[in-house]
Design a protein around this ligand. Sequence first.
Ligand SMILES: Nc1ncnc2c1ncn2[C@@H]1O[C@H](COP(=O)(O)OP(=O)(O)O)[C@@H](O)[C@H]1O
Ligand SMILES: [Mg+2]
Length: 438
Amino acid sequence: MPEIVLEHVTKRWGSFYGVDDVSLQIPDNSFITLLGPSGCGKTTILRMIAGLETPTSGKITIGGQVVYDSSTGINVPPNRRNVGFLFQNYALWPNMTVYENIAFGLKNIRRDGRKLTKQEIDERVEAVSRVVKIGMFMDRYPAELSGGQQQRVAIARTLAPEPQVLFMDEPLSNLDAKLRLEMRYELQRLHVETGSTFVYVTHDQMEAMTLATKICLINNGVLQQFDAPMTVYDRPANTFVGDFVGNPSMNFVEAKGTAYEDGEISLSLLGDKRAVFCPNEPVDIRKWQSERDEKERIFREHEKERFSKKGAVEKSNKDELFAYHVQKVDEFTVNDGEGRPAVTQDDFVLGIRPEDLHLGTNEGIPVTVYGSMPTGMESTLKLRTGDYLLTAVVFGSTMFTIGEEKKMVADGKDVLLFDRTSGKLICAGALNFRPSEN
Ligand SMILES: Nc1ncnc2c1ncn2[C@@H]1O[C@H](COP(=O)(O)OP(=O)(O)O)[C@@H](O)[C@H]1O
Ligand SMILES: [Mg+2]
C-alpha cells in the first residue's frame, strides 16, 4: 500500500487560502485523521489528494507516482489514482439491492486488460460483505435497512474495487451516538483487515483521537501538528492544539516569572498564588526565545519573498494567534491581547489537563468546589481560587458538595509551558504550588 506525500500544497480562491503551504507525509498502511474546526480546509486537502480539486500550487505523490505537480503540469485524473471515497452523504441506489449496490462499481473496472467475470464479482462482493457483516442482507433494498446497516453497505461498496487508499469525509456524522461508536470499532478493524491507507476527515476530536495512527491538525488552512494521538494530547505543539484536543478542555493559566538558566521558573499566577515550574529536562528559555525571534524573522522574510513574486496573492484570511480562554467567576476572558499590558519575556501561559489537578485536604492551594458533574465513572469539577475557575476531573465515584473547601495540587510531569508571544509549546514539566505563601 502506498505512501502519500504532499509538498507545499496550496489551494486558494482569489485571496482566500483554503489550504496554505501544507507539506505532509502519510505513511504506508496508516490511518490518518485530518482534524480541525469547520472550514479549516480538511475536505479540500482530501479532494486534492483524490484529484477532485486542483491545487493552486504544490506537488502530490501517491505510492511513488506523481499525481499532481504544478511546476510540470502533471495532473492525473481521479479515476486513475486508484482511490476510494466515502462521503458524509453516501447515497445508495434505492432501486438496487444491497448486492447490486456493492457490485455496481465492479462491473466497470478492468484488471489485466479485461472486465471481471460474474464469478469474480460474486467473490469480491461476498468478501467485503463479510468484513462489514452485511452478508445476510444481500437481497434487501436500502429502505429495508437501518442507518447503520446502510452505512456499512456504503463502506462495502467503497471497499469492493480494492482501492489502495480509502478517503472518508465525516462518514459517521449522520449516525446516532451509539452507532457512531460501534462503527468506529468496525472502521478500526477494517483498517487492519484491508491493509489500505485510510485518510479520514473529522471535526470530532474524540473520533480523531481514537481511530488514528496519526492526527493531522489544521487551522485556517495551515498545518499545526502531525503526530500520534497521544503525542498530540500530551505535547501539543501550541495552545490551539492543546485547546482543540481533549474533553473537558485544558486549563489555561497565565503566569509571570523570570526563568533560571535550567528553565526553572518561580511564577506568580492565579491572582496572588505562587508556584515553581520545573521542566522535565533543562531548557534555556532565553535561548528558546531568541531562537523563536530568529525563526519568526526568517519566516517573515520568506513570506515577503513569496508574496513579492509575480502573480502572488496575499492571504486575506490572516493567521492570528490563537485566543485561549481563561475561565473566571464573573467573566469568560478571551486573551485577544486587547487592553492588556504588553507581553514580556517573563509572560507565559501554562496548560494543565483537568486530570492532572488533584484534590486533597492538606497539600496545595485552597480551592472551593464551584460545580460538580458526576457521571459515575468520574466527576468533572469546577474549582474556584480567587476569581479564577479551573476544571478538574476526579476518577471514581467520590461525591462533592458545592461550596466544599479543598486543597489542590497539579500532579505529574505533564504541565505545559507555552510561550505567550507565539503560543508555541516550550516544554513540559512539574508545577509545584508554594504552600507557605498561599
Ligand atoms: N469552491 C470554493 N470556492 C471558494 N471557497 C471555497 C470553495 N470550497 C471551499 N472553500 C472554502 O475553503 C475553506 C475550507 O473548506 P473545506 O475544506 O470544505 O473545510 P472543512 O472540510 O475543513 O470544513 C472554507 O472556508 C470554505 O468556505
Ligand atoms: Mg469538510
